[in-house]
Design a protein around this ligand. Structure first.
Ligand SMILES: C[S@@+](CC[C@H](N)C(=O)[O-])C[C@H]1O[C@@H](n2cnc3c(N)ncnc32)[C@H](O)[C@@H]1O
Length: 370
């Protein structure tokens, strides 16, 4: 079936409405979630999982989390437990049936967890200012029956974006998403990444699991609505995916997970799951030279940061105050020895060899390996 960008969005809406009612095996990519977070979830939500990775492994206590394309809400409910009652989780999805599924057990799950810190909103992830539920409410009172009505509705949508944005600027510690970005129309993808950047706090991070391809996907496959809505033909080419974060202004980009065996192979193109973490710079722009320096620990001979600064292994390199502020944070900190204006180590950072592991990589109390 060939489709225009408009039909692609319709195909995605139709496919996930059906998949919210009845599990669709073709949309499932097996993932090993940490079983202890699943105990509070009803089987229905566990079965209607259409993710391809587990970004929740990199969420931390106290985080304010935004889940793009939250579907049945599994990642939101896992994150809810990890962040604790001082954190919060917001799930965004454009599909009414998926939202209904996610909200169906909300009270029961909150009771099981012991706190209620999850909210779901109807919206498009490429337009995180507009709360579509609020807009729909206005449209019911002010139906658009002609072009003038449509123009008034557009004006009101713009008013809502400005006066009551669904997700505020600089408000989120970690944006997660599980198998959704590939479903967004190519024309909207630049805006999608710019929205992701906008909502993150300075120093915040994005942890995104998605399907990527190992080569460019030809147009005829992209126009196949079934392959598109099945999280296949809309896949970013792997290096283009990384570049999209970089182009949006995010840095310190890492591949956290890379599925060795492809999930699908179509016309010899491999489609696999990849999880990326990228950080929003603190952006202080402080160019002051306060006599601070950094020594890169290795093992590479030299490295270049996202601002073009080169660090040579084992050499004391003079850095600005702004650089120091960026380097003091994960994940740079563990690769560097940071020295103050007197040449004294700022603190003793953990080296990469002892770096923090994802929560699920830790041993359980009954194991005797830690
Ligand atoms: C493959 S499912 C993944 C659902 C969920 N993240 C999970 O792990 O099960 C894709 C979800 O993204 C939603 N979605 C797709 N495109 C979207 C968009 N542009 N804006 C908001 N939601 C979108 C769909 O409605 C669907 O619920």
């Amino acid at each position: 079936m060939n489709a225009s960008p408009l039909n692609l969005e319709g195909a995605v809406a139709e496919r996930y409405s059906q998949a919210s009612q009845k599990p669709e095996a073709a949309l499932c990519c097996p993932i090993n979630y940490d079983a202890r977070w699943l105990e509070v979830l009803p089987q229905e939500l566990i079965e209607r999982d259409y993710g391809c990775g587990d970004p929740s492994k990199w969420v931390r206590e106290g985080d304010h989390v935004l889940d793009l394309g939250s579907g049945g809400g599994k990642i939101c409910y896992i994150a809810s437990q990890v962040v604790g009652e001082n954190g919060s989780v917001t799930g965004i999805d454009m599909n009414d049936d998926m939202l209904a599924l996610a909200r169906q057990y909300q009270q029961e799950i909150a009771k099981n967890i012991g706190w209620d810190n999850v909210r779901f909103h109807k919206g498009k992830i490429q337009d995180l200012r507009l709360d579509l539920q609020q807009f729909e409410h206005w449209l019911q009172q002010n139906p658009a029956t002609d072009a003038n009505g449509w123009l008034r509705a557009e004006q009101h949508a713009e008013h809502l974006r400005k006066s009551e944005p669904m997700v505020a600027d600089n408000s989120i510690d970690v944006v997660v998403s599980n198998c959704v970005l590939n479903l967004v129309n190519p024309d909207d993808r630049r805006q999608l990444f710019s929205e992701l950047f906008r909502v993150l706090k300075p120093g915040g991070r994005a942890v995104i699991s998605d399907i990527v391809s190992n080569q460019n996907v030809p147009t005829e496959l992209q126009n196949d609505a079934r392959l598109w809505s099945g999280c296949i033909s809309g896949a970013f080419e792997d290096h283009e995916f990384i570049k999209a974060f970089q182009d949006a202004g995010l840095g310190k980009i890492e591949i956290l997970d890379w599925q060795p065996e492809p999930w699908q192979v179509v016309e010899e193109i491999e489609f696999r799951s990849m999880t990326i973490r990228a950080w929003k710079p603190l952006g202080t722009g402080n160019e002051t030279d306060a006599g601070q320096s950094a020594i890169y620990r290795g093992p590479w001979k030299e490295v270049v940061d996202d601002f073009g600064n080169v660090l040579l292994r084992g050499e004391r390199m003079a850095i600005t105050t702004g650089q120091m502020q960026e380097y003091e944070h994960a994940p740079y900190q563990e690769d560097l020895i940071l020295l103050d204006e007197d040449g004294q180590p700022e603190s003793a950072p953990a080296s990469r060899h002892t770096r923090e592991l994802p929560i699920t990589d830790c041993c359980s109390p009954e194991d005797d390996c830690c």
